[in-house]
Design a protein around this ligand. Structure first.
Ligand SMILES: [Cu+2]
Length: 81
């Protein structure tokens, strides 16, 4: 692999972060969290599992944990841990 190919490969790496959100009770809660977290720069996709509170975030860069916490709290919920 050439140096240029190596750079391209690193540029396109995706990052997946999973957090647990407490307090979500219905589909409206889930979409609020999806919307707030989805507005973080670099986030490509957000998947919310209402039953477990698991939120899976796909992004094109590493997202700071405090930024995710802020978005969840902005939506009106809290991280479970
Ligand atoms: Cu709700």
């Amino acid at each position: 692999m050439t140096a240029l190919e190596e750079i391209h490969r690193k540029d396109r790496r995706m990052s997946t972060t999973t957090v647990t959100v407490s307090g979500m009770t219905c589909g409206h809660c889930a979409s609020s969290v999806r919307e707030e977290v989805g507005s973080i720069p670099g986030v490509a996709a957000v998947d919310v599992d209402l039953n477990s509170g698991t939120v899976t975030i796909d992004s094109d860069r590493q997202i700071d944990a405090d930024v995710i916490r802020g978005a969840v709290e902005e939506a009106g919920y809290r991280l479970a841990s």
